[in-house]
Design a binder for this molecule. Sequence first.
Ligand code: KIV
Length: 265
Amino acid sequence: MNKITLSSLQALKQKGEPITVATAYDSTFALLQELAGIEAILVGDSLGNVLQGHGTTVPVTMEHMCYHIANVARGCQVPFIIGDLPYMSYATKQQAYENAAKLMQAGANMVKLEGGQWLCDTIAGLTERGIPVCAHLGLTPQSVDALGGFKVQGRDESAAQQLIDDAKAIAASGAKLLVLECVPQALAAKVTQQLSIPTIGIGAGVECDGQVLVMHDLLGLNPNFSPKFVKNFMPEGDGSVLGAFKAYVEQVKSRQFPTTQHSFN
Ligand code: KIV
C-alpha cells in the first residue's frame, strides 16, 4: 500500500467515499491503525487530556507535540500524519512558520490549527511555503475558556453564518482539510457541500467527507467520558484493539457511523 497523500484524500471526497481518521500518539497504536486501514492519523493536542490527564489542551507544548509526532511517524508508513499546532504556537505568523516547520521535521505531513478568518494570512503564508494546513472550526478546544466551556457551536443563525464565512475564507487561503467539531449536522452538511476541500467531522453529523475520533474514545477507555458523538468500537472488534480500529473503518466507510444519534441539531 502506498503512502496516503493529500491527493488521495481529495480523491476520496471526489468519489464520495468517507475518509477515516483517528488520533494516535505513539508508534504501536499508529501501526495498529495502519493495519486497520485508517487513512489519516491525527497526532492531536488531545494528548493533553488522554495522555497527560489535563482538563484541557491548553498545557500542551511544542515539545510534547514533536515528541509524539516523531513516535507516530516511526510506527507507520502509510497513513497521512496531521500534527496539531498547540496552544499559542501560531499566535503570530512568524511563530506559526517556525513551529509548523518543527512539526513537519518531526514527521507530520500537515499541520492543524484552530480558528477562522484571523488565520487566513497565516494559512496562506504556510501554504506558500509548502506546508499543508488543516483548519479546525466549531468547538475549538484551545479556546475553551473564551467559548465558556465545551459546547456545540454554530447553533444560532449568525454563528452559523460566521462559521460558513470562516470555512470559505480559510479554504480560499489555501487550507486543504477542515475539521468540524461539535456543530449541528445541517450546518456541517452545508459547509461540506460548499467547499471543494474535504471536511472531517467529530460530532458534526453524517454528511462530512470524513470522520475523526480520539483513539481513547473509540476504544472506550474512559468510563467517565461518553458524549453523544462518541462510540466505543471495542465490543464490535471482539475485544481487540486492532478489531476495534477495523470496525471503526468499516462503519465509517459504510456510513453506519456516525448516525443521527451521534449528531447535534
Ligand atoms: O486534538 C484532537 O484530538 C483534535 C480532535 C478532537 C479533532 O483536535
